[in-house]
Ligand binder design. Sequence first.
Ligand SMILES: *[C@@H]1O[C@H](CO)[C@@H](O)[C@H](O)[C@H]1NC(C)=O
Ligand SMILES: *[C@@H]1O[C@H](CO)[C@@H](O)[C@H](O)[C@H]1NC(C)=O
Ligand SMILES: *[C@@H]1O[C@H](CO)[C@@H](O)[C@H](O)[C@H]1NC(C)=O
Ligand SMILES: *[C@@H]1O[C@H](CO)[C@@H](O)[C@H](O)[C@H]1NC(C)=O
Ligand SMILES: *[C@@H]1O[C@H](CO)[C@@H](O)[C@H](O)[C@H]1NC(C)=O
Ligand SMILES: *[C@@H]1O[C@H](CO)[C@@H](O)[C@H](O)[C@H]1NC(C)=O
Ligand SMILES: *[C@@H]1O[C@H](CO)[C@@H](O)[C@H](O)[C@H]1NC(C)=O
Length: 829
Amino acid sequence: MLLLCSTAFPLVYDTAQAANFAAAVMNRSSGGLSYLDKQFKLNSRADAESMACEIEACPLLSFLELRGNTIGIEAGQRIAQALEKHPELKHALWSDLFTGRLKTEIPPILRALSDSMMRAGTTLTELDLSDNAFGPIGAEGIRDFLCSPSAFELKTLRLNNNGLGAGGVIIADCLLAAHANAATAGRRFALKTFVAGRNRLEDPGATALAKAFKKIGTLEEITIPQNGIRRAGIQALAGCLRFNKALRIINFNDNTCTRNGAIAISFSLGDLQQLEMLDLGDCLCRANGTTAILAVLVSKQFPQLKEVNLSGNELPAAVVRSVLGAWSKRPTVTKLRLSNNGFGGEFVDLVEEIDAMQLADVLDMGEMSDDEGTASEESGDEQEEEEEGESTDEEERRSNPDSAGDALAAAFAGMGVQQLHPTAAAPAADAAASTHAAAAATTPFELSFLDQQQKWESEADAESVAAALEAHPEVTSFVLRGNTLGIDAGERIARALEKCPLMKDCNWSDLFTGRLRSEIPIIVKRLCGAMMSAGVRLRSLDLSDNAFGPIGSESIKEFLESDSAFSLEELRLNNCGLGAGAVVVADSLSTLNARALAAGQKLNLRIIVAGRNRLEIPGALAFAKAIGAIGTLEELTVHQNGIHRPGMIGLAKGVAKNPHMKRLSVADNVGGWEGALEFAKALSNLRELESADFSDCLSKNKGCKAIVQVAVRLPMLQVLNLSGSELTSPVAENLVKAWSQGRRDKAILNISTNNLSDDFDRLRSLAASLGRKVDLGESDDDCGSLSGSECEDGDEEGDDDVDTSDGEKYSDESEDEDGYEESDEEYEV
Ligand SMILES: *[C@@H]1O[C@H](CO)[C@@H](O)[C@H](O)[C@H]1NC(C)=O
Ligand SMILES: *[C@@H]1O[C@H](CO)[C@@H](O)[C@H](O)[C@H]1NC(C)=O
Ligand SMILES: *[C@@H]1O[C@H](CO)[C@@H](O)[C@H](O)[C@H]1NC(C)=O
Ligand SMILES: *[C@@H]1O[C@H](CO)[C@@H](O)[C@H](O)[C@H]1NC(C)=O
Ligand SMILES: *[C@@H]1O[C@H](CO)[C@@H](O)[C@H](O)[C@H]1NC(C)=O
Ligand SMILES: *[C@@H]1O[C@H](CO)[C@@H](O)[C@H](O)[C@H]1NC(C)=O
Ligand SMILES: *[C@@H]1O[C@H](CO)[C@@H](O)[C@H](O)[C@H]1NC(C)=O
């Protein structure tokens, strides 16, 4: 009548873990007994006799499932006696086993069962005591067992809904003891799954568990929802996460993380690349805590991540908006749950934006009726919680005067974050941790806030960014492009940067929209100073699209001349309005080069991008001097800089000394044919050149011819752009033939927007018949053709260039006049 020693295991688990459970059960199929939901009420030994006999008679008892029955002390003793015959037992599935029993009855029963297993030398891999309301004293009942060799093999411990309360500390201490005892016995206690939802663990329980988990280091699942854990407990737990790199499931649902707890969690997340599920629903992470979490989640792959629950966190719409783009680029489909937040009036808009980005399947916004209105409506509650946080900060500050004035630093002090610093971690930590530190020194790690359109004003605004940096002293790449940074926020980030000595790549382009010109240099200088104090060896710095103007260059001067820039390979300052400041930047590069040489180090500056900066002649000559001395450039982009003839000639001479140049653009400056001749000379040295843009440089017939004569023999060249050079048709015809017949590859010569007039169509047919290697553009763009007037209009838009392009303008500033006024025809062959 009873289910006997079956090898099939009934899969009647009603919880959401059914799937997991079913999977785990596959490995239990080797045999056992299940009395699932038989509703037996066994009080006396006699009541338990038949079950005990079956247990005793079972040839191989791998699992014993008793859920859904109730046993008393005497019955428990009889079953315990039967268990003594089964040292092979692995899975003790004893959830919901004491309905209607007194709390005082339960510990003796648990003790009897565990004593007999210990006597038999049983080594459990799974113990499930969930849904037994045994309270704190229940923990006493399994204490000895958990510390004994019988628990050394334990992989799964389920204590859901046990009313543990203060008993949580006992369990945690047992786990710690198990770990230590196993180690003493030359074994490894390797717990993988810990489930203890609804237990009133609170901060002491959470803190004790965190301590144990940190030591154990093998956790794959920590499921502890609804435990009244507050910030301190969460911070402790957050600190242990990164020591458990195999973590797949983290469920802290319905505890109180607050902003600081969430930030603390974000510190560890980056290391958890096996993560599958993160549930922080109803955790009061709020905007800034959530931002910190999301920033980490989108800055790394997390190839297994399937679900993130941030429902009920009082989030404003902006937080969701800021992550949409990045979330749509996640490498895997990852559900993001966001119901019951504070989107208020923006709910509908947000849903539309999510639809428009085709993220509707991935982002779960819940029902509008569940939305809790705009976050500010809830501010009373929020205030209270933050105040609680603050008073704790206050205490910490008092006990740690060093970090006074920096509440968050104080709050973080307890989390051992700084210890992740490779040099600091190595001596202290165990082998695993130091291996990690060593790996960190070489593994690239990017922290990206790209295009989030955040407005960081105050230090508090920048907290999540700074916190993310502080959590990852191993960061090598830091992207802030597409946000706007103010002085106070910049100061906060700078302080964090000081702790990131491994930084290699900084992409800080487009970072100051709407800022005053006077503000920007202060911020840039502070950030650069922070990197110098950290002793970074920077590889690339991108400050493009920041209109910091001439004084902006002073703000990077010190950095550019420092040891931290010896390693610089890439400097991007496109569209910064440098103007006269360009000389400062270029001179700094010269100084840097000289200092590096003096220090016995060779610079390897490969890329300089400084288009649209009004470099003009002085700037161009200063850059020419710098790059001429450096000699390692592979890319120089200085288009649209109002550089006139002497500047272009000087630049060409500097370029000539960089034989590895691959990409060169001097487009839209006013070199005239003399500039072009000098560049033609330079080109003969640039055997690795792949693309050259001399468009809109007024190179004229003579200059174009000289350039083509050299370029046609450059082996790597793919594109030569001579658009807008005021070429006329006879020379153009020569060039089309020379290029088409001279090049055996597919390299393109672009001579659109010149002055081919009536010959345009003929030359285009010629180019086509010779293999389409020369692009003449559209006849509409040709200046001599019917619609040539449009072209003139076009020229007028860039008036400075037109003004200065007419040759006469040069006369006052240029030393040698001869030749410029000579007609191009003279040079035709
Ligand atoms: C079952 O056991 C095998 C071998 O020990 C293991 O690789 C697998 O992950 C286990 N499956 C489950 C669901 O625990
Ligand atoms: C996500 O969190 C919310 C809020 O705590 C909770 O109601 C919901 O059940 C969770 N969703 C899932 C799928 O776990
Ligand atoms: C959180 O960030 C917002 C801006 O994103 C800021 O206005 C607010 O002051 C921050 N709150 C705290 C407590 O730092
Ligand atoms: C900075 O980011 C922008 C936008 O993603 C990109 O185009 C640029 O190349 C980056 N700069 C560097 C140095 O990688
Ligand atoms: C050539 O120069 C023109 C004008 O500066 C520009 O619009 C075009 O993109 C360039 N083409 C190539 C292939 O570089
Ligand atoms: C040549 O330059 C024109 C603009 O000047 C541009 O539209 C065209 O794409 C370029 N041709 C090639 C082949 O790159
Ligand atoms: C175009 O060339 C013709 C001669 O071929 C010349 O008369 C004319 O002025 C030129 N137009 C421009 C805009 O350079």
